[in-house]
Design a protein around this ligand. Structure first.
Ligand SMILES: [Zn+2]
Length: 144
């Protein structure tokens, strides 16, 4: 398990896990476009979208739906952008889908030119705490 994405997805690196299923780990991007920027990673290795097994691909779409609801509730963005970069644009060499809250006036081209610094731990921890609180509420309501 040498791929950095595999290590992130299996919590062998320091990550803020906000949501998890049998097949997926959903973590905060450590250089978020905005607070609440989440990555959905399969626990098993897949590099490109066409390498995903169909069940995992469906799980990823379902997780993006669930996380969008949570991100909207937690951060009230003007919209959410969901993307996945393949090939040389995949900086983890491991499939990951971005769920990104955005606000009006934020040109998405900024996302691709970003050479930012990692976000402060305190900011990440606060965003993770808020998302986890909302997700627990959503899971609770789904059960009752
Ligand atoms: Zn991997």
């Amino acid at each position: 398990m040498n791929c950095v994405g595999c290590r992130l997805a299996n919590e062998q690196e320091n990550v803020y896990v906000v949501y998890e299923t049998a097949t997926l780990t959903c973590i905060l991007d450590y250089m978020p476009f905005n607070p609440g920027h989440v990555l959905i990673l399969p626990k098993g290795h897949a590099g490109e979208v066409e390498e995903l097994d169909p069940k995992t691909a469906i799980d990823i779409m379902e997780a993006s739906r669930f996380l969008s609801k949570a991100v909207n509730a937690a951060f009230n963005p003007d919209g959410i952008t969901i993307i996945q970069n393949g090939g040389v644009f995949n900086d983890l060499d491991h499939y990951h889908m971005h769920v990104i809250p955005r606000f009006e006036g934020q040109d998405f081209a900024e996302f691709f030119s970003e050479e930012g610094e990692p976000e402060d731990e305190a900011v990440l921890a606060q965003a993770a705490g808020e998302l986890i609180r909302i997700i627990k509420e959503m899971e609770h309501h789904a059960r009752v």
